[in-house]
Design a binder for this molecule. Structure first.
Ligand SMILES: Nc1ncnc2c1ncn2[C@@H]1O[C@H](COP(=O)(O)OP(=O)(O)OP(=O)(O)O)[C@@H](O)[C@H]1O
Length: 617
């Protein structure tokens, strides 16, 4: 049956065409001056949207008609292109539509991110977590912690959906008298998705644990934080009604904060069980970046040192993923394992020193440079951009304020501040033909894909040249008159679809979500950053096909390991200024992890033995 209604949001948090009122309502409810309308089919909705988009960057902020040879492209050409294309609902991104070109040799729009099938070890952990157990899972870089975490979140969300259906069915049967006046209770599994840092939170579609818990910076004593929470109804209710709480990148939460959260959980939920019975799911790798130490680095206290840690996470509910997926070369995996524990051999040192050479790539696209410090990163990118002899195009982000986890409306300054702190999407982006860039969102290509800007085109010009948008969609309704960058990306073995050599990267949108899953702030911007240089901190979690690392200014434990473990192979890795003493693992982590790692190794060896044993002899 044809769908009855489509909803176009012209002025709202994220202008676009939506298939359900629920999705559209999220963009307009509480948004001052919101403009929206419903239509019987999506083309009409899209047409209305295009005819009068407001609340977007002033045209002076955006590069329009920079190339005189391109002046001949008219508005009518665009309309023709669009009508020749068929609007197709994007499989996973419910807010977006893809223009499916009628031309044959085309890149099919692909789902936002297709994760691999879970390994048996990942499946086992998922099953235990879905049973309601508190759990901590860790593992070296590239062992699939993020993939497992996304599977956990999907499973919980599915459960929430199933419960809604059950609840509705219960009510229907109760009201129709089918149940003799009894109504069975449906268990609640509401999930809180959080991380220790804003960027990690945005990556998993969640928020910071600080924001979720309503504790500000979390510096006040636990009892004071608890009293503050009681004063905010929304936050107190969240603590009481959430069934399970995820905290990602747990390595960056310190012991004191962990104990404070555990205390608040017990007090507010009026239960003596750890965290007051709230299911706790923790993940991260303590060998990677540690908590920010107050005072000297020797003051670092890890979450596993918290007084409540052992009560929250029983020993049998901790496990480490052991199969490394990011790197295929066993020799490289072994070096990384040794590095992780700060125990590299002379042979490892020789191999890593041997990587101080320039790697030449067939398409001439350079590797991403990783550096420890922000200042050197900015200086390198500025210098390299300036050296390019082509006109610069500037794109200024359009930021839309929303509502905080505590229910307050943000002003535009705070919204921009939140977006700058919690996302990697730039407020201002200057690009030139020849600039090395990195994609900071998932689409047909994965987050972390790198490429070179080869041209600037309007949507109409790009579609005529059979160049398609990087996400397979135009979810954020980019301005048809603006010239957007065309990027040639490095072919990636992690790409989720058949990828064209050149793709258009128009304006898209990123949200910083509040604890209710609603936008706290939304940024409309091109999802690219300059990639000649990137801080190691920002590279955390990424897989980089080609990478060049300068270890000169390394200053914190785990940093060398994080940087080197981004690479997929030794052949595509260049290391400058390597020396053995730059591989530092935190003493406390080594001591805490050793018994747990040895026990797990013995168990795995035993499992292997049993699996290969011939019981018929
Ligand atoms: N079960 C699996 N089968 C195949 N590939 C997988 C599997 N799990 C993860 N991967 C792949 O391994 C790579 C690393 O995965 P992921 O980013 O989840 O690792 P991680 O442990 O979170 O790494 P890091 O600690 O560096 O952030 C990704 O390219 C991912 O697609």
């Amino acid at each position: 049956m044809p769908k009855a209604k489509w909803y176009a949001v012209r002025v709202g948090r994220r202008p676009g065409v939506y298939a359900t009122w629920g999705e559209a309502a999220r963009q307009v409810n509480g948004f001052p001056g919101a403009v929206h309308k419903s239509f019987p089919h999506p083309q009409a909705a899209e047409g209305w949207l295009r005819s009068g988009l407001r609340h977007r960057p002033e045209s002076s902020d955006l590069p329009v008609r920079s190339n005189p040879s391109k002046q001949s492209v008219k508005e009518e050409d665009l309309d023709q292109d669009v009508s020749a294309s068929r609007l197709q609902r994007h499989a996973h991104d419910s807010t977006a539509y893809a223009y499916e070109s009628p031309l044959e040799d085309t890149v099919k729009p692909k789902a936002a991110l297709v994760d691999p099938t879970l390994s048996s070890q990942q499946e086992e952990i998922l099953t235990r977590i879905l049973k309601g157990e508190n759990y901590f899972f860790t593992g070296s870089a590239g062992t699939g912690k993020s993939v497992l975490l996304r599977a956990i979140i999907r499973a919980f969300k599915q459960r929430e959906e199933d419960e809604k259906v059950l609840e509705e069915d219960n009510w229907r049967r109760y009201l129709s008298g089918e149940t003799n006046g009894e109504r069975s209770e449906v268990p609640r599994w509401k999930l809180g998705v959080t991380a220790s840092t804003g960027m990690a939170g945005v990556n998993i579609g969640g928020t910071t644990v600080h924001s979720w818990a309503g504790i500000g910076l979390g510096d006040a004593p636990a009892e004071k934080l608890y009293q503050n929470i009681l004063r905010n109804k929304m936050t107190a209710k969240r603590w009481k009604t959430t069934g399970a709480l995820i905290i990602d990148e747990i390595s960056m939460i310190d012991a004191k904060l962990f104990d404070k959260l555990e205390y608040i959980g017990r007090k507010i939920r009026k239960s003596t069980a750890p965290f007051g019975g709230l299911q706790i799911i923790l993940t991260g790798d303590f060998y990677q970046l540690p908590p920010v130490a107050k005072g000297s680095a020797s003051n670092t206290s890890f979450a596993f040192e918290a007084e409540s840690w052992n009560r929250v996470i029983p020993k049998e509910n901790m496990s480490a993923l052991t199969r490394v997926f990011r790197q295929k070369d066993d020799g490289f995996v072994k070096i990384l394992e040794n590095m992780r524990r700060g125990a590299i051999s002379q042979q490892d040192v020789d191999t890593l020193r041997g990587l101080d050479r320039t790697v030449r790539y067939p398409e001439g696209i350079e590797p991403v440079g990783l550096y420890p410090q922000k200042a050197e990163v900015a200086a390198i990118n500025d210098k390299r951009l300036e050296a390019l002899d082509s006109p610069s195009q500037e794109y200024v982000a359009y930021d839309v304020p929303g509502i905080t986890s505590q229910g307050y409306a943000l002003d535009s300054i705070r919204a921009t501040d939140s977006l700058n702190r919690n996302t990697i999407w730039p407020q201002k982006l200057a690009l030139k033909v020849g600039a090395l860039v990195m994609l900071v969102t998932d689409g047909v290509l994965v987050n972390g894909s790198t490429g070179v800007v080869v041209d600037f085109m309007t949507i109409s010009e790009a579609l005529s040249a059979n160049i398609h948008p990087v996400s397979g969609s135009f979810g954020s309704s980019p301005d048809p008159k603006v010239f957007w960058p065309v990027v040639e990306f490095v072919p990636s073995r992690f790409a989720t679809g058949r990828v064209a050599k050149r793709v258009l990267v128009p304006q898209m949108a990123v949200d910083v979500l509040n604890a209710s899953g609603r936008p706290e702030a939304t940024r409309h911007q091109i999802p690219l950053i300059l990639a000649w240089a990137l801080t190691i901190h920002k590279s955390q979690g990424q897989t980089l096909e080609r990478v060049k690392i300068d270890l000169n200014n390394i200053f914190v434990e785990g940093q060398t390991y994080v940087a080197i473990s981004r690479a997929v192979s030794l052949d595509t890795l260049q290391i400058m200024n390597f020396s053995a003493h730059k591989v530092m693992a935190h003493r406390k982590v080594i001591e805490w992890a050793r018994p747990f790692e040895e026990e797990q190794k013995q168990e795995e060896e035993w499992d292997d033995l049993m699996a290969n044993a011939d019981f018929n002899v």
